[in-house]
Design a binder for this molecule. Structure first.
Ligand code: ADP
Ligand code: MG
Length: 136
């Protein structure tokens, strides 16, 4: 477990890059934190480090994006699924798999379905551009 502090979006991207260095195909990373805490920013840094050249933005019209990096990378945002009971668990099947590295924003609703969570990241606003980031 590590607790870090960043003071810019670029620094938070760099945390994502470092995290990416220890991931392998099949890994799932849960990324929690309030709106604007920097979840997408951190995932953007991680995706870049994994060889994703497409622009990484929060999925809004679908629950996720799939990117072709050096390995397949998925980026899910389950914000709109919060509190929805009985959502089809197969929803995740398109995004999570043994060959893919998956990042999930607002993961609470999916956590029970996920067998291979390899890292949890929690971001918190700490005033202005400061963010506290816990990695576990
Ligand atoms: P989330 O996905 O958690 O809703 P985003 O990553 O989309 O958050 O947005 C974070 C916003 O906060 C961006 O506009 C980013 O530029 C800004 N920001 C300012 N300081 C930081 C920081 N230290 N870390 C991450 N983002 C920051
Ligand atoms: Mg986001």
């Amino acid at each position: 477990m590590a607790a870090l502090r960043t003071t810019s979006a670029a620094e938070t991207e760099a945390v994502g890059e470092r995290l990416a260095g220890r991931l392998e195909p099949g890994d799932v990373v849960l990324v929690s934190g309030d709106l604007g805490a920097g979840k997408t920013t951190l995932i953007r840094g991680a995706c870049r480090a994994l060889g994703v050249t497409e622009q990484v933005t929060s999925p809004t019209f679908t629950i996720g994006h799939r990117y072709a990096g050096r390995v397949p990378v998925s980026h899910l945002d389950l914000y709109r699924l919060q509190g929805l009971e009985g959502e089809d668990p197969a929803l995740l099947e398109d995004y999570v798999g043994p060959g893919t590295i998956t990042f999930i924003e607002w993961p609470q609703v999916a956590a029970p379905e996920l067998e291979r969570v390899s890292a949890r990241v929690e971001l918190r606003h700490a005033g202005g551009d400061e963010r506290e980031i816990e990695l576990a």
